[in-house]
Write a protein that binds this ligand. Structure first.
Ligand SMILES: N[C@@H](CCC(=O)N[C@@H](CS)C(=O)NCC(=O)O)C(=O)O
Length: 61
């Protein structure tokens, strides 16, 4: 399962298209970049550059 941290923004759309075209299992975790969620410590732990998108691949289970 892929966790896709994203938001409807140009670079987010690229990742949304990729996972849809690959047909892989994923879930979207919204990171509201309009309210500054990309700068929260919990998200910085996932992507230190504070931008979306980011992917966490939990592998096959
Ligand atoms: N692909 C580059 C750029 C990603 C990017 O610029 N994302 C924008 C949204 S399209 C963003 O997160 N902006 C919020 C910000 O810069 O605070 C990266 O992952 O470093």
């Amino acid at each position: 399962m892929i966790d896709l941290y994203s938001w409807p923004a140009p670079n987010g759309h690229k990742a949304h298209i990729m996972v849809e075209e690959l047909g892989i299992a994923y879930r979207i975790i919204p990171i509201d970049i309009t309210s500054g969620a990309q700068h929260e410590a919990s998200y910085r732990a996932i992507n230190p550059n504070g931008k979306i998108p980011a992917i966490v691949d939990h592998g096959i289970s």
